[in-house]
Design a protein around this ligand. Structure first.
Ligand code: SF4
Length: 128
């Protein structure tokens, strides 16, 4: 039996809402999207949804205690929590430059986690 998925397209500000019918063998029909890009987005949302991961990792000797990080590409949505838990145990040393790779190929998914901003050393601190 087909299952109906209502998908709101986020590719452009029109936010079309499409309907995708699918069963265990795959997608049966796609409707409601105004363009091909939306159709492709909707299909991907049903078959293999992905999301960018944005979070923070702990950083030593820096002006702030947490460094914002982001995935270099979207990750499988069902792996986001596992990746976030993995990053909770990561600690880096200042200084860090925006774009520096913080975790290469996280959990073997082929996606790097990179720094989302520069983070300088806190000059007022004593690190004995
Ligand atoms: S389906 Fe096309 S027009 Fe509609 S929101 Fe998506 S990209 Fe924009």
């Amino acid at each position: 039996m087909d299952r109906q998925h209502k998908i709101t397209c986020v590719v452009c500000p029109r936010s079309c809402v499409g309907t995708i019918a699918a069963d265990g063998d795959g997608i049966k029909s796609v409707s409601g999207f105004l363009c091909k890009r939306g159709e492709e987005y909707g299909r991907a949302e049903v078959t293999s949804p992905t999301r960018m991961l944005t979070t923070t990792v702990r950083i030593n000797r820096a002006i702030l205690p947490l460094l914002p990080v982001v995935s270099s590409r979207p990750l499988p949505r069902d792996m986001l929590l596992t990746c976030a838990r993995h990053l909770a145990a990561v600690r880096v040393e200042a200084p860090v430059r925006e774009g520096d790779v913080i975790v290469k190929n996280i959990l073997g998914l082929g996606v790097d986690i990179v720094a989302a901003r520069d983070m300088t050393v806190y000059e007022g601190a004593r690190f004995d």
